[in-house]
Design a protein around this ligand. Sequence first.
Ligand code: ZN
Ligand code: ZN
Length: 295
Amino acid sequence: MNRALWVAAGSVVVGIIVFTLKGAAWWVTGSVALLSDALESIINIAASLAALVALRISAQPADDNHPYGHHKAEYFSAVLEGVLILLAAGSILREAYFGFLDPRMPDQPFHGILLNGLATVLNAVWCSVLLRYGRRWRSPALVADGRHLLTDVVTSIGVLVGFVLVPLVGWPQLDPLIAGLVAINILWTGWSLMRESVGGLMDEAPPANVVARIKELVSTHAAGAIEAHDLRTRHAGRMTFVEFHLVVPGEMTVAAAHDICDRIEQAFEADMEDMVITIHVEPEGEAKHRGVVVL
Ligand code: ZN
Ligand code: ZN
């Protein structure tokens, strides 16, 4: 988990460099669109700091106070980031509105393009790093951070295109107009990000292919048992929690039933990582004949 902490700390550093470059681009040009872009990256720094704190918390082992571990802390950071994206979009729309009412041609457009372009390239590189490692380590906080950066890159490309077009078409309203369009795109990303994190907080079931794999593992490694039912699964960050009832013949010894449970647990450990399994053993009178039939 230390590696994830390093990546999150890197996000904060990249965020500060990008903000400085984008702020300078706004400073030399006075463009509303470039100001909005810089504004978005302040929120990016705040969100990366939040992700860093969440990762530190979720890396702590389970304790008496939090016996299931601290993995859900990552969802809080992802939800917070969604809220920050909504705030950024709101303030960009506000700036675009005032810029539209009082339009002006940007100064030193070439310097603005160079500074903002440099920040955008840096963001794009870091974004691909975040998404790759976030998915590999199944960390919603890092993936959320990466998606946020992706909207940042899209924002900057939109802003730069508009910025190049403003002097070409000689229409200063284009600058705030493009800022407004980009804000709507940011709103959309923020919304889908929050929906995903709320799913995690609400113990949404894992994807169908994961559930199918779990059922397959139980049915092939529970020889001696009769059936498994009431299977429930949920995710918390990179952890998957699995619980089910295992029906065995009533006269089977506790030791023999426990052997079956150990075998199933070993099969899960070999096949899927970061998993906690709880098995409730029942005598055959409890069979419902509607769960996972043991092969
Ligand atoms: Zn049962
Ligand atoms: Zn045991």
